[in-house]
Write a protein that binds this ligand. Structure first.
Ligand code: SF4
Length: 284
């Protein structure tokens, strides 16, 4: 017992101070891809290489539209490898949670060369900001202290990659309870459903019933590329795709899987929404 106490005292405080301080990211950490649309001469190789269809190219009337959907992206890096012009770079950005699904989609319009490559960039919209991690949600944290949030996690068919990161939220490093946020065993005690995985057809009814059992006001957060869009599984004989194909979603957290800080960022974003909609939000 004495040895354990001695060890604990010698280790000191292990809990990270995210979001006040940017987290320590391992050298090999890979965040989302970032796109220099003006320098991207041809998006087709990247679109062909992308395993989830996150990059799409549509040509019409002498113009090319390129879309990148972070809700489908698994941060694999294939698009960077396929883009010889260096316009696609894997970044260390992970704070991607969005309230509106459309905010996860970047769109660029080009005029088209006869040889099929792009010409001038006409417009580009969307994308993650380069703002220092933690700054955006510092204000939310201030409002959060002293309040309590109960989360029911629902695995609607995931590979358990997201679950591993969610479990990490409770370890001494991330210690989500320091914010007054805790996980509960029943949706009847929950304010928030944290849903992972493409929704399997076998879990559809269970997910609907879980939402119905959660008291209003309630928030639904879709976690990971699978929770947002079906991810690598998409829609098939066993999968209905993303969570919002079955129940309404309030916040989307991209990643495959999202790291704990990305989950925390999305949960705090959702809390902002509770305040925003409190009183007018009760739903089915
Ligand atoms: S990093 Fe994302 S956008 Fe790029 S190829 Fe992989 S899944 Fe597609």
């Amino acid at each position: 017992m004495f040895k354990i106490l001695q060890k604990s005292l010698s280790v000191g405080l292990a809990t990270a101070d995210y979001p006040r301080i940017a987290p320590h990211l391992a050298e090999q950490f890979r965040g989302c891809p970032q796109f220099d649309f003006a320098a991207w001469s041809d998006a087709r190789p990247a679109a062909d290489a992308c395993p989830t269809g996150a990059i799409a190219v549509h040509d019409r009337d002498g113009a090319r539209q390129v879309t990148v959907d972070y809700g489908r992206c698994i941060f694999c890096g294939e698009c960077e490898q396929a883009s010889a012009d260096g316009a696609v770079r894997m970044s260390r950005q992970f704070e991607l949670a969005a309230i509106d699904r459309r905010d996860l989609v970047l769109t660029a319009e080009y005029t088209l060369h006869p040889d099929g490559s792009h010409a001038a960039l006409r417009s580009a919209t969307g994308g993650p900001s380069d703002e220092e991690p933690g700054k955006r949600i510092a204000a939310a944290i201030q409002n959060l202290l002293g309040h309590s949030l109960a989360i029911r996690q629902v695995d609607a068919g995931s590979c358990n990659g997201c679950e591993q990161e969610i479990v990490a939220l409770n370890n001494p490093v991330h210690d989500i309870e320091r914010f007054g946020i805790h996980f509960v065993a029943s949706p009847r005690h929950a304010d928030m459903l944290l849903v992972t995985g493409p929704v399997t057809r076998n879990m559809e009814l269970a997910l609907r019933k879980t939402l119905a059992a959660t008291p209003a006001p309630k928030v639904v957060v879709a976690v990971g590329a699978c929770g947002i869009s079906g991810g690598i599984f998409g829609t098939n004989y066993a999968s209905l795709g993303g969570v919002d194909a079955v129940i309404p979603v309030d916040v989307y957290i991209p990643g495959c899987p999202p790291r704990p800080e990305a989950l925390l960022h999305g949960i705090l974003l959702a809390l902002g929404q509770v305040r925003q909609h409190m009183g007018v939000y009760p739903r089915g």
